[in-house]
Design a protein around this ligand. Sequence first.
Ligand code: CP
Length: 315
Amino acid sequence: MNRHSLLTMKDLSTDDILDILNDARAFHISTKDWQLPVRKALVANLFFEPSTRTHFSFLSAEHQIGIKPVDFHPQESSLTKGESLYDTVKTFESIGYDAVVIRHPQDEYFKELEGVSIPIINAGDGKGNHPTQCLLDLLTIYNEYGRFEGINVLICGDIAHSRVAASNKEALEKLGASLRFAGPKEWERDGFEFSDLDESIAWADVVMLLRIQKERGASLADMTDEEYLETYGLNKTRYASMKPNAIIMHPAPVNRGVEIDPDLVECEKSRIFEQMANGVLVRKAVLKRAFGLKPFEKMTRQEPFEKLNLEKNKG
Ligand code: CP
């Protein structure tokens, strides 16, 4: 496997994570697109599951840093003739592609791809991992608090089927944040012991909500959307008990009125659309890393956090 692949958050040391966040912030404060020596590079986006944010923010990032992206459509490919995922990706390698971005419904599909030499960027595997979503979540938290140590993060909802919860647990614990999980008992997962939702809402600096992943078999018998919101979602009563500076996050797509009250999706505390914008920045940084380029100068750790925020506001 190429050492610049990004498959899980376990692949990244704390320094690697901070380098990626630093690069994402560098991309943000630049007034023009960074010109990277990858202008003729070819990247194939292989999405075997529907996606709006991840797919189109990778496309945006690829275009903005000068990579030529190509989209692969499984239904129009030789997969329909029985070709394997491995042979499909080896084909991209053989015909001149420099890297691939893959989303696939199978947990750890990338274990089948160990013989591939070009970098593989995991855009989500089953309920296993979603490293670039995790990185954009980390960037959103860092932009808010300027640190991870001592930040209380509550992740609530469909933990059992969530690759976002898995990747965030891995990274946030490594970075020194405190984590709690909450949701319906049916969706508890090994290693993710649930806490009381109402008490945890008042404890959290970050309330991260998760969608019910029906496509992975999640369902709660006999519970309407309204009942779910009242029992397990962020309704207006729970919102009122959040800390004054706490923020709301959600990887999206959001089911308005199920995991969150529709009026709260774009409220003052919500960072849901900021997360999406941060997704383009971290994906530029991850693509840059995939091409073996060294991190930019360490702005994040050498300059005061407030100064970067001022620059951001000016931009
Ligand atoms: N958050 C996320 O992965 O969204 P998409 O499924 O739209 O890519």
